[in-house]
Design a protein around this ligand. Structure first.
Ligand code: SF4
Ligand code: SF4
Length: 262
């Protein structure tokens, strides 16, 4: 069974994988594998980008999205006349000739697109035409300059700590960033940041999830928060403690400047 592994910690957001997919498939049919991908409107392999936090604690999360050849693929259930099949290597192929006009395949999943001109459903093919031609990996993976996107036998990929993109998917994600809780502690009276202030983060159940110190710039950042509600206590020698309640449900929790007083 072939699988994809995307390691978010080493993706630099170059979009090369997405462009390589377009280069391989736009206006280029691969007989027996797929009709050509239209020039616009379809992304078989797609990088999604989300800006998180706010100034000065901003970062961008990237994620690769594509068909994960799921165990319970609806295409296989709905297709007629053997128009969709799973290969021995696990890749699901929509036969571009047999599937023509099979409108029941339209929109079965957000990784499946409908080609109006050809009247056929389309999706990532795993670049099966290349694999059958001796390539070890598809075009998108071959392009990736950082190794963030990998492809291979599922049993041979390093999936420790990885999670499937969705239940039953054979696209796995690793090192997806957690939510951040961050800020800067300062004393405005003396116009100095506070180095070594203690920041204690407690979850909604009252469990202490992190204790960190502010750095040489007075900054603190906890990078691995879950999506939820947290209490943040800031303590510095000689200063009044400060308490905050923050939420990471929608976004990172950027407390901003914490002005402490004596
Ligand atoms: S495997 Fe091929 S078809 Fe699928 S996203 Fe990568 S380049 Fe596109
Ligand atoms: S090619 Fe690799 S590094 Fe570039 S966006 Fe895609 S996964 Fe990330």
């Amino acid at each position: 069974m072939k699988a994809f592994l995307f390691d978010a910690s080493i993706c630099n957001g170059c979009y090369g994988c997405q462009i390589a997919c377009k280069d391989e498939h736009c206006e280029q049919a691969w007989e027996g594998y797929t009709a050509a991908q239209p020039m616009t409107g379809q992304f078989w392999g797609k990088i999604t980008e989300r800006e998180m936090g706010k100034t000065p604690f901003v970062h961008v999360n990237y994620k690769f999205e594509a068909c994960g050849n799921c165990d319970d693929c609806k295409l296989l259930e709905l297709a007629e006349d053997g128009a969709v099949y799973r290969r021995d290597d696990g890749i699901i192929i929509i036969d571009p000739v047999k599937a023509k006009g099979q409108e029941q395949l339209r929109g079965v999943c957000d990784k499946v697109f409908w080609n109006d001109a050809e009247q056929v459903a389309q999706k990532c093919t795993g670049c099966a035409h290349l694999l059958d031609d001796g390539w070890d990996v598809p075009r998108c993976v071959d392009w990736c300059p950082t190794g963030a996107l990998q492809f291979g036998e599922e049993s041979e990929l390093d999936l420790e700590g990885a999670v499937p993109a969705e239940p039953g998917s054979h696209l796995y994600y690793k090192n997806l960033p957690g939510r951040r809780i961050c800020g800067t502690v300062a004393d405005r009276e003396i116009n100095e940041v506070i180095i070594g202030a203690k920041v204690t983060i407690t979850d909604a159940e009252g469990n202490e999830v992190a204790v960190i110190d502010t750095d040489d710039f007075g900054d603190f950042m906890f990078k691995d928060a879950a999506e939820g509600e947290f209490d943040v206590k800031i303590e510095a020698d000689g200063y009044q403690p400060m308490d905050y309640h923050v939420s990471t449900v929608e976004n990172d929790a950027v407390i901003g400047q914490v002005i402490v007083t004596k």
